[in-house]
Each structure stands twice: as C-alpha cells, then as structure tokens.
Design a protein around this ligand. Sequence first.
Ligand code: SF4
Length: 289
Amino acid sequence: MLRDTLMNIKLITTQKALSPTQITLADYCLNPYRGCEFGCLYCYSMENKNIKNINPFREIGVKINIDEILRRQLKFINPKRVLLGSTTECFQYVETKYHLTEKILKTLNEFKVPYTILTKSNLIKNYLSLIAENAKNKIYFTLNSAPISLLERKTPAQEQRLEAIAQIIKRNIGLRIHVGPFIPHISILKDLLEILPSGVKEVDIELYHHRMGNYEEILKIIAKTLGKETERKISSVYATEAAYLEFSQQLKNDLVVLKNSYPDISFFCLVPGFNMFYNKKIDYNNKVK
Ligand code: SF4
C-alpha cells in the first residue's frame, strides 16, 4: 500500500463527536478524521464546509480527543444509530497509528449503540471482532468497476477489498456492497457482479451526482484517458434534467433485468435528485423489484 510521505498530519481537538445527520442511514454521524488520505477525485465530502478550507488530500486532521467527547455526549444523547465515515474514511492508513476508530467502536459497543460504517478500506478486516459484537451493525463496502480506479488515488486495490468483503461475510456481519459513484458509460456493473464473493445479499448502485464530486475535473480526466467520445456521452447525461431522468430510468430497467441472473441478491437503486444535494432524501431502501 502506498503512503504519501508529503501528507501533513495535524493533531486537532474537536468540540463534538456526534452530529445530527440528514443522511437517512442514521440519526447521527461521526468522523474521527478530517480529510482523507485515499484522495478519490469524485469525493463528495470535499463539499463539506468543515473540509472545504483545507487541502483534504494533503492534510489529515486527527481528532485526538474524539473518544473522550463521544463518551461525554453519550451521557446526554441516545442515538438510534450512528453513521461512521460520512466525510472521511475511518480505516485510512493514519488509523494504524492513532487508533481513533478502534476507540470509537469500543465506546459505541460499550453503550450498545448500533452503527453503520461506510468504507472502501481493507484495513477494516482488523476490526471485525469489534464490529461483530452488535448484530445490528452494518458495513456498506464500496466497490467500483475498473475504469473508476482512474479517479482513485490511493484506495486499496480491488483484490484487497474483495478479500476484506469475504471476511466480513465469514463473520456474518451485516453487509451491503455499495457501487458508487456509478458514472454513466464507464461503470460496468456486470463485470463487478461476476467477481463478488458468494454470500453477498445486498448491492446498491448510486448514480453519480454532478453537482458535487469534482465534475469538471473528472470530465477532463475521462476525455484524456478514455477519449472525447466517452466524455461527450457522460456530459450529455447531465446536460438536462430530462436526459438525467431518462438515463436513471434506463439504469433501473437494466437492474430489473440483471437481478434475474442474481436471485440471491437484493438490488437497490439510488438516484439523487437532479438539483438536489447528494445526502438529502436518498432512499437507501429503494429496492429494485
Ligand atoms: S475514501 Fe471516501 S472519504 Fe476518502 S477520498 Fe474517497 S470518497 Fe472521499
């Protein structure tokens, strides 16, 4: 695994560990780090007001007191569920030194608060015993088809992610494979489904949201690497709301057909509103029927 020696690690203190969230996966979210070493170009978190003013791929804020603050908050707040990693990767490389996520998991377990984890890191495999302590816990593990790796800088390789997923299944921990962002005309769902370890029961597909996630930059990279024609096709999907809705309907139709080949998997189609910010009102239970 590559580590960036130029990464600036800053120890910071935080006033708040738990924050109310509009993401419908939980009522509170928690992010032990600010910024993310993985540096995905499509990252929506970079629009977050707490991150916008730093270079999130060069500077990682380590919220050194977060566990102590969490313990304090849990005396007054009783979350139904906590979402871990809404604006950062909880299992990025810096975690191997500071173990903030580990402390957080232990505390949430102690207070019997269930959590949902968003991750694309194979380092999560070192934490599965902790996560398995509460049967309500769930992991949303991101996998993307090969062309998307053009837009990822230092994420763990596909094989490493698949190995971690296999271990999650073995431990019987709640799991959903998250295919996101699904970028029109370059994401190839069929290839991805073929390499999934057996035992995966849920897969969601989230259509890329062009109002966040570095759209112009991504188009430039795609034009350079995959050609102008591919770039043109993608931008035509996002040119008007009608074109976007037409594409999302086609995606849903394709999923209806595809699911027949995978009867053991439930598929969920996540389509952000054309003019809406990503995290509002996405229905994660929008099952393909
Ligand atoms: S791993 Fe997640 S938080 Fe980190 S850069 Fe990629 S999308 Fe953003």
